[in-house]
Write a protein that binds this ligand. Structure first.
Ligand code: UT7
Length: 321
């Protein structure tokens, strides 16, 4: 019997500490006006104390399980998209597994930077379609504040911390119209120097995020529109069928530029970048969670998600909610 990976729960966690653009003006040569007009960001959440990537991921997961009226015993697998795991190893996904009290199944991390959530959703979808798992917790959780050079105004004003989670459930294709319809993944390592962390275990350096923002910007709109078009074609849909574009939340100008190329009108875009900044792999599940809670996303809606980040890696997932 053909299967479908259907989203049955969604949740989020945002750190308690909110840092406004005005607060950044005090320590950096920047302005609220510059940050708002260039990126659309007004504030971001910054993790402190116990708010690690795994802890926030577990909190988002608990909310998603509660939404789905499931408990951890109903879950077979945890796939965590992150580039800011608590430790070099074990995976932060296994730390979430322990935090949730889950002693069965399996858990692992996916690292595709800001595209991590679409990579994790694609992986979970394939596991469900091939009957490797019945229910998968797909989580995006990041603490990018820890890899910021807080003296570099061209990057540190753009990022924030947080976590979002979705429960995907295997259902009979014949019995549901909901679920993942199409996915598309891409990467091109020739562009690794446009967005990277300048250190890591094998270089024995503490690294900070470095970005050629202008170059990434130029690649972003073209590549996001391309992967979204490809996914729409695979799904047999057009932009007119899309109820909500749920993009990676990096920059409002990238979001609007991509939507224009796709012919998706502004009123059908879910935007959270003003409140969260760029939370890398957490940005799409955070936006989904906000969209569902606010009543914008309704059962049966066609959602087009797309993201791009370091690698460069990019991709798109289309699902019916
Ligand atoms: O999620 C992963 C993918 N990442 C992205 O999608 C980010 C992509 N890039 C961007 O979002 C944009 O390129 C930025 C928001 C990073 C920058 O916007 P921009 O329109 O490309 O600005 P720019 O790089 O051309 O910088 C313009 C000016 C520069 O000054 P000069 O050389 O023109 O005098 C920068 O030094 O703005 C200056 N600048 C700042 N000024 C005030 C850079 N950062 C700041 C700042 N405050 N925080």
């Amino acid at each position: 019997m053909a299967r479908r990976a259907v989203a049955v729960g969604v949740g989020r966690y945002l750190p308690a500490r909110i840092v406004s653009n005005a607060e950044l003006e005090k320590s950096l040569d920047t302005s609220d006006e510059w940050i708002r007009t260039r990126s659309g960001i007004e504030r971001r959440h910054i993790a402190e104390g116990k708010e690690t990537t795994s802890w926030m991921g577990a909190e988002a997961a608990k909310q998603a399980l509660a939404y789905a009226k499931l408990d951890v015993g109903d879950i077979d697998a945890i796939i965590l998209a992150t580039s800011t795991a608590d430790l070099t190893f074990p995976s932060a996904a296994t730390l979430i597994q322990a935090e949730l009290g889950m002693t069965h199944g399996f858990a692992f991390d996916v690292q595709a930077v800001c595209a991590g959530f679409v990579y994790a959703m694609t992986t979970a979808n394939l596991m469900i379609l091939s009957s490797q798992a019945e229910r998968v917790l797909v989580i995006g959780s990041e603490t990018f504040s820890k890899i910021m050079d807080w003296t570099d105004r061209s990057t540190c004003v753009l990022f924030g911390d947080g976590a979002g989670a979705v429960v995907l459930e295997s259902q009979e294709e014949a019995a549901t119209s909901s679920g993942i319809i199409a996915t598309d993944l891409r990467s091109d390592g020739r562009y690794s120097e446009l967005l990277y962390v300048d250190g890591g275990v094998s270089t024995q350096m503490t690294g900070y995020l470095r970005m050629n923002g202008g170059q990434v910007f130029r690649h972003a709109i073209e590549k996001l529109a391309d992967t979204a078009e490809t996914a729409l074609q695979k799904a047999g849909l057009t932009a007119d069928d899309v109820d909500w574009l749920v993009p990676h939340q990096a920059n409002i100008r990238i979001i609007h530029g991509t939507a224009r190329k796709l012919n998706v009108p502004t009123e059908r875009i879910l935007v959270t970048v003003q409140d969260h900044g760029n939370t890398s792999a957490a940005s799409i599940p955070l936006a989904l969670s906000v969209g569902v809670e606010s009543g914008c996303i309704k059962s049966g809606d066609i959602l087009l998600t797309e993201a791009i980040g370091g690698g460069l890696a990019w991709g798109s997932v289309i699902l019916r909610w």
